[in-house]
Design a protein around this ligand. Structure first.
Ligand code: NAD
Length: 367
């Protein structure tokens, strides 16, 4: 049953769109439960003052597709607490949010921008369900393990075999040396790939001989911006996008490449770490130019696979094994079918997800 129909509703969902206002704490929040055919939904809870319903829906839909592709027994959802994440009332708001979603048992929240494992511990304390928990509560610390970056390295290894790109000394550019970018640089570095340029929100560095990844990670952890690390020649964030490479990893923001600037990218393989870093049209044009792309819904699914593994009370060894097997199989299937069925990678990923969801929906009398 659909409680809310808007111009974005389609044959997948959203199942529920809920706007929450709690007068005592002044909590304002949005929850979108998109599709539950594969099981109770998992999706992040974002904390920011300016998130729209449409945006929460788009993020929830991405989770529906990502969870289906990862063959998890979970549907897709997302939520947002509309407040500044630096507020002194954070614990109060997070706890009020947990109470407000208590009866939405089809939604299991996880951390996202503005929330963290402590927030998830508060939610667990209130209602007994959350993922992305502190280790002491059974959590698997996916950011410190670099699980999403590890998954990108698996996608990179699989795709490079397929396109005959030797990884030893392959040149890599990583936009956004944060949790995901740092771990992608580390794990791909372990396979012989050389990081030649990277950036953060201030600026970037370029070093054709290879950037010392552990040294840069240490500098960043100590609070030094990338362009002041002394580990390469400073470049602007914009110029970084034009540096020729073999592998490009966008790991910062959405919509970095659109139709108007996609021509700037000179690389052979894109591993999408961020969500929607390349618009649909731009990705199609890059595909026509011969660039191989592993889309976000496959490439960056390491984080949610880890969260689902935690929810099943399994350990980090299980999570690494599962990320490896799932992303390898999906990348192989995707790249094979992109050629056999002459489809662009993002369309193909969507088709693969839909095949799994449609099959699951066929077993249900009611949603
Ligand atoms: P993060 O905040 O740790 O890192 C983001 C980095 O990007 C920061 O270093 C920031 O300074 C930099 N940045 C911001 N704007 C930039 C710009 N214009 N140019 C260059 N660098 C810029 O975040 P994260 O956890 O690494 O997530 C990165 C992206 O990946 C986000 O879009 C997130 O939604 C997505 N993602 C994250 C995970 C995860 O497991 N953390 C999983 C799936 C998707």
């Amino acid at each position: 049953m659909s409680y809310y129909i808007d111009n974005f509703a389609d044959d997948l969902g959203p199942e529920k769109v809920i706007h929450i206002y709690e007068p005592k704490s002044k909590l304002r929040a949005i929850v979108v439960i998109d599709n539950i055919s594969l099981g109770p939904t998992i999706g992040g809870c974002r904390m920011a003052p300016d998130v729209s319903t449409q945006e929460v829906f788009r993020l929830a839909r991405a989770m529906t597709l990502k969870n289906a592709l990862a063959q998890l027994p979970h549907g897709g959802a997302k939520s947002a607490i509309l407040a500044d994440s630096g507020t002194e009332e954070k614990e109060t708001l997070v706890r009020a949010f947990a109470q407000a979603i208590k009866t939405l048992t089809d939604y299991i929240p996880g951390p996202d921008m503005g929330t963290d494992e402590e927030s998830m511990a508060f939610i667990l304390d209130e209602i007994g369900r959350a993922v992305g928990l502190p280790k002491v509560l059974g959590g698997i610390p996916l950011d410190s393990l670099g699980m999403t970056g590890y998954g990108l390295s698996v996608a990179g290894k699989t795709a490079s075999n397929r396109i005959s790109l030797p990884l030893e000394d392959a040149r890599m550019v990583v936009q956004g040396f944060g949790n995901v970018g740092k771990a992608a640089a580390k794990y791909l570095g372990d396979l012989g790939v050389k990081l030649i340029a990277t950036s953060d929100s201030r600026g970037g560095i370029h070093n054709p001989d290879g950037i010392d990844v552990p040294a840069l990670a240490q500098a960043k952890d100590a609070g030094t911006p990338v362009d002041q690390s002394g580990l390469g020649k400073p470049v602007t964030k914009e110029n970084l996008l034009q540096i020729e490479s073999d592998i490009f990893v966008p790991a910062a923001r959405p919509d970095v490449f659109s139709e108007s600037n996609q021509k700037l990218l000179k690389t052979r393989l894109v591993l999408e770490g961020a969500n929607i870093p390349i618009t649909h049209e731009a990705a199609k044009q890059m595909h026509k130019r011969g660039i191989t792309i592993v889309p976000d819904v496959i490439g960056n699914s390491g984080g949610v696979i880890c969260a689902a593994t935690e929810y099943q009370r399994l350990n980090e060894g299980n999570a690494f094994d599962r990320v490896e097997a799932t992303i390898r199989n999906n990348t192989e299937e995707l790249l094979k079918r992109v050629i056999n069925e002459a489809m662009a990678p993002h369309d193909m990923a969507q088709k693969m997800a839909r095949e799994r969801i449609d099959k699951a929906m066929s077993y249900r009398a009611h949603m």
